[in-house]
Ligand binder design. Structure first.
Ligand code: ADP
Length: 475
C-alpha cells in the first residue's frame, strides 16, 4: 500500500506514523498518509513565517502567474486527481472531474484577482494631509478543509491566500488527504518558493490548537462542522485570531405553484443528490405548495428511483457511498425518526443490501413534520424530506426557523415573489430557479450559525487582506 508524503518547506516528507485511507465504496483501506506531531507543525508555521517575508513583497501579477501554473498542472493531471477523489471520498467520477474543473477555475479566478488588491485615496479634512487606505497580506494562514469536497475546499482557501500575498499551511481531513497531496504536487511543479505553501496531517485537535496558539499564525480559515467552528471561536479568543468559518447548513428548497415544475424537480434533484447529499449547501428540507405537492412528489420520486447507485468509478453511477459507517447510521436514524413522527416513506430508506461499502438508498419522505430531526439537522445523505405549505408568509417563516443560514433555494416565476424571497430568506446564498449557485466570482458563505466571512469572489481575497490607514503630512 502506497504511503503518501506531506509537503514541508519545499520537501516531500514520508513518516513512519501513518493513517490509512479507506475507499468508502469497498470499506477497504487502499493507501496511507504520513502524519506529523504538533512540534513539527510549529516548525512548518515558522517556515511559513520565513516564506512570508519575501512572498508578501512579490507583485500580484507574479503571484497570479504561479497560480496560473498550478491551474495548468492540475488541469493536465485532471484524470488521475479525479480518480483519487473518487477513491478516497466515494463521489461518482464525473462529479470528481467537475470538482477538479471548479478547482482549476478558482485558481484562475484568484490568479487574476491577485492583481486587484486595491486600496483607496481618501479626501483630506485638514490642509496639508493626505490619507490612503492600503491593503496588505494578513500573514501566515492555517487552513483546515473537510472531506466532502476534498480538493476544491482546500483550493478555495489556498488560492486566495496566495493571491493576497499570505503563506499557507493546509490541513486536509483525515478521511481524504490524498487529493491534497496531488494539489501540493501541482504547487511544487509551479516552482513556488519553499515555505509559501505546506501540507500537514496529524491529530486535528493538536494542529488546530497549534494554529490557534502559535503567534506566527495570523488567520485560520476553516470549512467543517459548527461544533468544530465553535471550538475554533473559543480558542481564537486568547490570541484574538482572525477566523473565516464555513460551517453547517440546513438549506430549505421552496417550490411555489407558479414555478416551472419540471425545472423545480430537476433543481431539487441536483440540490439534494449532488455529492450523494453530502454537501453543506444540499437541500435538506423541501417545501412544496399544496396545489403542486402531488405532481411534484410523483416526478421527484420517479427521478429518484431512476438514480444509479454504486461505486463511483463505475460508468453511469450518480449516487456513490457515504463517507463512513457513522454517516450511514445518521441517515438511517433520520429516516426512522421522520417515520416515527408521521412521515410517509415513498422510496429508499435503508442501506443497500449485500454491499460492504457505505451505500444508502436515495430516499424520499413525504408529509415530514417540522419537528423531525431531518428538518432540523444536516442529514448529509441522499435523504429528501418533503413537506407541504400553503402561503408564502408561512413558508418563509418555516424556512427561517433554522439556526443555520448557509443556502436556500426557491422555484418561482413571479418576479415580485422572487425579490421578496431574496430579501427575506435568511441565508448567505439563494438560488432562484437554480440548484447549483456556486461560482468562482461570487461570494460563498453563510449567516447565523453557518459561519463567518465569505470565500470566492472579490470577498474571497479580501478575507486574507488587512486594511491600513496611512496619514501623510506633506507640503
Ligand atoms: P465533518 O463532520 O465534516 O467531518 P469536522 O468539523 O469534524 O467536520 O471536520 C472538518 C475539518 O476539521 C477536518 O479537517 C477535521 O480533521 C478538522 N477538525 C476536527 N476537529 C478539529 C479540531 N478540534 N480543531 C481543528 N480542526 C478540527
Amino acid at each position: 500500500m502506497k504511503t503518501y508524503p506531506l509537503y514541508l518547506n519545499g520537501e516531500w516528507v514520508i513518516t513512519e506514523t501513518t493513517n490509512t485511507v479507506v475507499n468508502p465504496a469497498t470499506a477497504e483501506p487502499f493507501a496511507r498518509i504520513s502524519l506529523i506531531d504538533r512540534s513539527r507543525v510549529a516548525r512548518a508555521l515558522a517556515d511559513a513565517g520565513g516564506g512570508f517575508r519575501s512572498w508578501r513583497a512579490t507583485t500580484g501579477k507574479s503571484r497570479g502567474e504561479y497560480l496560473q501554473r498550478i491551474a495548468g498542472e492540475l488541469e493536465r493531471r485532471r484524470d488521475e486527481v479525479a480518480r483519487l477523489i473518487t477513491l478516497e471520498n466515494g463521489k461518482p467520477l464525473p462529479q470528481s472531474l467537475a470538482e477538479v474543473a471548479m478547482s482549476v477555475d478558482h485558481l484562475r479566478w484568484f490568479a487574476e484577482e491577485a492583481r486587484r488588491g486595491y486600496g483607496r485615496v481618501i479626501p483630506n479634512q485638514v490642509e496639508g494631509k493626505r490619507h490612503l487606505a492600503i491593503k496588505t497580506a494578513i500573514g501566515v494562514v492555517g487552513a483546515i478543509s473537510p472531506w466532502n469536497f476534498p480538493l476544491v475546499l482546500g483550493v478555495r482557501k489556498v488560492a486566495p491566500a496566495l493571491a493576497a500575498g499570505c503563506t499557507v499551511v493546509l490541513k486536509p481531513a483525515r478521511q481524504t488527504p490524498l487529493s491534497a497531496v496531488e494539489f501540493a504536487e501541482c504547487i511544487d511543479a509551479s516552482g513556488l518558493p519553499k515555505g509559501v505553501f505546506q501540507l500537514v496531517a496529524g491529530s486535528a485537535s493538536e494542529i488546530g490548537e497549534e494554529f490557534l496558539e502559535n503567534p506566527v499564525c495570523r488567520k485560520i480559515t476553516f470549512t467543517g462542522s459548527t461544533s468544530v467552528g465553535q471550538i475554533l471561536i473559543r480558542g481564537a479568543a486568547q490570541g484574538v485570531k482572525a477566523l473565516s468559518l464555513e460551517l453547517g447548513g440546513q438549506a430549505p428548497l421552496l417550490v411555489f405553484d407558479d414555478a416551472d415544475l419540471t425545472k423545480a424537480v430537476d433543481g431539487a434533484m441536483i440540490a439534494k443528490y449532488r455529492n450523494t447529499g453530502q454537501s453543506c449547501i444540499a437541500a435538506n428540507r423541501i417545501y412544496v405548495q399544496r396545489s403542486v405537492y402531488q405532481p411534484f412528489l410523483e416526478q421527484f420520486v420517479a427521478k429518484t428511483k431512476a438514480l444509479k447507485v454504486g461505486d463511483g468509478l463505475e460508468d453511469g453511477v450518480q449516487i456513490g457511498p457515504l463517507i463512513d459507517k457513522d454517516a450511514l447510521a445518521k441517515a438511517a436514524e433520520h429516516v426512522e425518526n421522520a417515520i416515527e413522527q408521521g412521515a410517509r416513506l415513498l422510496c429508499g430508506g435503508k442501506t443497500l443490501p449485500g454491499r460492504k461499502g457505505f451505500f444508502f438508498e436515495p430516499t424520499v419522505l413525504a408529509d415530514v413534520p417540522d419537528a423531525a430531526l431531518c428538518m432540523q439537522e444536516e442529514t448529509f445523505a441522499p435523504v429528501a424530506p418533503v413537506s407541504v405549505f400553503d402561503t408564502e408568509t408561512e413558508v418563509i417563516e418555516r424556512a427561517n426557523v433554522s439556526k443555520f443560514g448557509l443556502s436556500a433555494y426557491a422555484f418561482t416565476r413571479d418576479l415580485g415573489r422572487a425579490f421578496r424571497l431574496m430579501e427575506s430568506l435568511e441565508a448567505g446564498m439563494i438560488g432562484i430557479n437554480d440548484g447549483v449557485p456556486t461560482t468562482s466570482q461570487a461570494p460563498f458563505g453563510g449567516v447565523k450559525q453557518s459561519g463567518w466571512g465569505r470565500e470566492l469572489g472579490a470577498e474571497g481575497m479580501e478575507a486574507f487582506l488587512q486594511t491600513k490607514h496611512i496619514s501623510l503630512c506633506i507640503d
